[in-house]
Structure formats: C-alpha cells, structure tokens
Ligand binder design. Structure first.
Ligand SMILES: Nc1ncnc2c1ncn2[C@@H]1O[C@H](COP(=O)(O)OP(=O)(O)O)[C@@H](O)[C@H]1O
Ligand SMILES: [Mg+2]
Length: 410
C-alpha cells in the first residue's frame, strides 16, 4: 500500500516536472517514519508521515515538545544535534531508570529507502559523548557513515543573536556548514584544538621541551591549515551560490573571515599554510608564556555585511538579521545539492518569529520551492497557511496524549 502510493507519487512527479528534475539531479531527503524513545519529554513516540512529504509542521503551545522532536530529527545527521546538548541531558528527567535514548527513522532519498538508528547509553552511571549509529541493519558505525546518508541544516531561536553575539558562536556555525562540504573538517578541528590545549599546558607549566613543543606545532600546522582552507572555501562556496531567495526579502550578506591569521594565510596560499601556522606558533611561545594568548586560527571570526544597506549584520534589525541568516542557509542547501548531489533535511525552529508579513510569506515561498523535506515549528498553524496543500501538520500535544501507557512506565 505504502510502496504503491510512493511509486505513483514518483511517476507523477517525473511526468509533471521533468524540466525541474533535469535542473537539479540531486535527491531530496525525506523522513517518512520517526520513532523516539526516552528522549526528553517523550517516553516513546512513533510518527508515521506521508510518503516524501515536503513539509512537516509541528504545532503546539510553548513547552509541549516541538523543539525536542526537531532535535531528535537532527540526530539523523552526524554531530551533537540542534541544541548541541550533552547527550546525558537528553535522558528523560522524570524517569531515573532510563539510561539510554534512541531515535530511529526510515528515510527516502530518490528511490532509496534507508533505515537509520542512533542511540546513546549511559554506562555504569558514567556520561560519554558517544552515540551509536546503525544504518540498514549494520550496527556500530562511525558518525561519518551517517554523514554519507543524511545531513541536516537548522535555524533555531538561539541563532537570532548569531551576528551580535560572541565570535565563538559564528565559528561553530561556520564549522557546521564547512563540515557539510569537507568530510574531515570536524576531526581536523578536534585535532587542532587538542594540540593547542597540550601546547598551552606545556608552556604554562614552564616545560621547555623543544622536541615536544615542535611536534605539537607541526600538528597545529597540519590540522590548522586544513581547517583554515575548509573555512575559506566554505565562505567562497556560499558567496558563489546565486539565485536563491528573493533578494529584496532575503538579501545575501557579504561574508568574510577576519582575524585568526586569516589574511596572512590567504596570502601564503594553500601549500604553505601548514608551515606558516607551525612557525607562527613557534614564534609565539614567549608571548604565550607572558600573556596567556598567542592568536591562531581558532580566533578567526565570520563577518557578514548587509549588501544593499552596506551595514554590518550586527547593526541590522533582529528581523533583518534573521533574513540574512535564512539567506545563508538557503545558499548552503543549494550548494550542498550542487556539490554533494544530495539535499539535507532542513529544520526551521520558529523561523517565522521576528519576520514581518511579507518576509514570512516569502519564506514560505522559498520553503515550498525546496526539493527536500523541511520541518517547521510554531505555536499555531496560521503562519503556515500557504503550505496547507502540501504540508503535514502535527499537533504535538495530541501525539503525547496518544502515546501508549506502557511507554511512560518502561
Ligand atoms: N531531559 C528532559 N527530560 C524531560 N523533559 C525535558 C528534558 N529536557 C527538556 N524537557 C522539557 O521538554 C519540554 C518541551 O520543550 P521544547 O521542545 O523546547 O518545547 P517547545 O514545544 O516550546 O519547543 C520543556 O518543558 C522542557 O522542560
Ligand atoms: Mg521550541
């Protein structure tokens, strides 16, 4: 029954839209079944969705669990999810016996059907920040494997202050975008940070072990250069994408990297970046010993300027900043489809907040045009009126009411 309706839908899409299919051969990503267990306020939940449904709208009053459900979806992609939470914090607070949470889903990508599962277990009362991954029955996989199957981009209320907040938030944002294009970006960032911590600790301890410090500086150079190149190229990729969003409503910002030796690194070029970073750290030993800071690529900042207004994003209104952010994310989704041949899932948590009527309607138009599944949340369904013919609406409080009794007790 399910397979038939899916085939019918696919053939109908192919007939009615052969021109569009040609335009982008990238496959959209669709969740068609989602199951979560012991996940924050959900003891257990199974959500069956229509085949290849383009928009899933979660509605309900504050605190009902809309963002929690979206967070569960974000775990279908690698990483720490859209809240960047500690995995142990996701265990249901009201159930002390629960020591593991899990999310499973059936995904559709083109003609492929993929079973994905991920879970976290607190072992012997200890926290770890590892989660296990299962794809089509193969268990114990690395998160990078998940990246080959599913990726996700998101916009959350906590990103409203991205441009006016600390540079570290913008770096994390950029690194997440970069990870989508450069598979080893997260591990290169981690290797750089680890070497930096060791290098700093050695100098603070007054240990003048030249060989050890030099070895760490070589590591800093090796991974730092990879990280810097991936960030620079990500900015260039996003800047080069054209034709996404209505520019009058979603102006694309001029993006740049500032500080963090970026100007020097761009000047020395890709080949010499590692040596430049290595030498810079070697020269900075004394400064670090005296001041506790040495600079480095971990201090780079992503800047954004509203093109038409020639205004730094931080000085733009809340709604304008949100529009800029949406532009970046739409460009990212397009770039991923072009470069990776696959669309990510798009998670827009309260995306309509702060947007005026025109912008909100324009956003719904952009969402309707995306060829991949978009998850949306709102306290009521009104802002999503224009999607009513295509979207699947989920009243989250009813989901919880319908959960089987045994789920709460287990
Ligand atoms: N680990 C947890 N265990 C149980 N409940 C949690 C946990 N983490 C968050 N919650 C609760 O989940 C509820 C729903 O949160 P959220 O999904 O953010 O709501 P909203 O629908 O407004 O997006 C909140 O009331 C919060 O207290
Ligand atoms: Mg929320």
């Amino acid at each position: 029954m399910y397979a038939r309706s899916r085939e019918e839908k696919l053939s109908a899409t192919a007939q009615s839209d052969s021109r569009q299919t040609k335009e982008t051969s990238a496959a959209g990503m669709f969740v068609c079944r989602l199951q979560v267990a012991h996940f924050r306020n959900y003891p257990f939940l199974r959500l069956e969705l229509p085949a290849d449904c383009p928009q899933i709208v979660l509605t309900g009053k504050n605190g009902v669990g809309k963002t929690n459900l979206m967070e569960a979806v974000s775990f279908l992609a690698p990483g720490k999810g859209l809240r960047q939470a500690k995995f142990s914090d996701i265990l249901p607070k009201e159930n002390e016996r629960a020591t593991a949470w899990g999310v499973t889903a059936t995904l559709h990508r083109g003609d492929e059907e993929i079973e994905v599962g991920t879970d976290y277990e607190k072992i012997d009362g200890k926290n770890s920040e590892r989660r296990r991954v299962r794809i089509n029955g193969a268990a114990g996989l690395a998160q990078t494997e998940l990246g080959h199957v599913c990726s996700a981009v998101w916009l959350t209320p906590s990103m409203d202050r991205l441009f006016s907040g600390e540079p570290s938030g913008r770096r994390r944002f950029l690194d997440r975008l970069a990870q989508a294009f450069f598979e080893n970006h997260a591990s290169a960032c981690a290797a750089y940070s680890q070497a930096l911590r060791q290098w700093g600790a050695l100098i603070r301890d007054g240990q003048k072990d030249d060989r050890w410090l030099s070895a760490l500086e070589t590591t800093l150079g090796k991974y730092g250069a990879k990280v810097a190149v991936a960030r620079r190229e990500t900015v260039a990729i996003l800047q080069a994408v054209s034709g996404t969003g209505n520019p009058a409503v979603f102006p694309r910002p001029v993006l740049a990297l500032k500080g963090g030796w970026e100007e020097d690194l761009a000047a020395v070029g890709k080949e010499d970046g590692a040596v430049f970073i290595q030498n810079s750290f070697a020269r900075a030993r004394e400064t670090y010993a005296q001041t506790g800071s040495a600079g480095g690529i971990h201090t780079v900042d992503l800047t954004a300027v509203h093109r038409e207004k020639n205004m730094p994003a931080a000085a733009c209104s809340t709604g304008e900043q949100k529009a800029l952010l949406i532009s970046i994310l739409l460009a990212h989704v397009k770039a991923m489809s072009e470069r990776k041949g696959a669309f990510p899932l798009v998670l827009f948590d309260e995306a309509a907040a702060h947007l005026d009527f025109n912008r909100r309607e324009a956003l719904m138009g952009e969402i309707a045009a995306l060829k991949t599944q978009v998850w949306l949340t709102g306290t009521d369904a009104r802002p999503f009126e224009s999607l009513k013919d295509t979207a699947h609406f989920v009243a989250v409080d009813e989901l919880l009411r319908d959960a089987p009794d045994w789920a709460a007790a287990s």
